[in-house]
Design a protein around this ligand. Sequence first.
Ligand code: DAH
Length: 345
Amino acid sequence: MERLEELKTEAAQELEAISNLKELEPWQVRYLGRKSALTQLLRGLAALPLEERKAVGAAANQVKAALEAGWKRKEAALKEIELAGLLGAKPTDVTLPGRPVSLGRLHPTTQTLRQICGIFAGMGFQVVEGPEVEWDYYNFEALNIPQGHPARDMWATFWIDVETEGGERPMLLRTHTSPMQIRIMEKTRPPVRVVVPGKVYRYEATDVTHEAMFYQIEGLAVDKTITMADLKGVLLEFARHLFGQERRVRFRCDYFPFVEPGMEMAIDCLMCQGAGCRLCGHTGWIEILGAGMVHPEVLRRVDYDPEIYTGFAFGMGIERIPMLRYGIDDIRLFYSNDLRFLRQF
Ligand code: DAH
């Protein structure tokens, strides 16, 4: 009983001296916590004879209740003091302007891809995606570029080490989106009308116009009466949607093993409208894509009869387009994650 009285006075005195919330917590642990003298004393009651146990137990519980009440009172008082202090010292200026929360945005490549897919979707093309790790068969062989074909040098390739018996290297990071032409035709019968956006890879030293990874979009249409006029019409429509209704296009012969005839398309220069300037290398034209009529050999591979079906295909790099539009002079900016660059779009 004496010990209880002592505890009560001691605790009350200490509580009295406490002047901030930080000091209150150790006090609470010391006097009311699981290891406090009071808790231990309550546990020790069992050893006392019944009569004493009752008397000491009741007194101990009274002390406990008094300490708890004191603690609550003190806490409320301290909180009030703290709040008053805050209000007095740092008045809140409700007229201060808010802090803006910056919005996320789409990467310029994503924006461009979505726009391009939208244009082709408007002409009835489906949007399909495919694997970036590809078999030699789809990336080259089935596209009429067999082992040892000199055209393989057109694509500096990242080969993937796969164990094979013959020592050949059958897998790679796709160097273009064209392998999807084969995958799609293998799975479906004509008519086919698709575009394929996606990442491609080239084993190349990077500079202002070259990246080891970039995006392309592939287009493919196969049906019974498709001619080169369809190809030119679709691409002209596309160019005018993307670059402006006044755009002119130029088609010139080019070589790609999976098309015959093969060609490249250029648009008249966005900056000088064809007069010749720095942007177009003083030619008046800017080459933007490769295209052609699907090679009969490619159709035969996927069991499409080239006597019945014809088709056109095209493929283009994506980054080139925002580079032209916004005057971006280094392709490496696209994937170097510099927010000062990305926030501009
Ligand atoms: N795949 C070619 C490249 O990456 C681009 C290309 C050219 C795609 C002609 C085509 C095409 O579909 O018909 O260089």
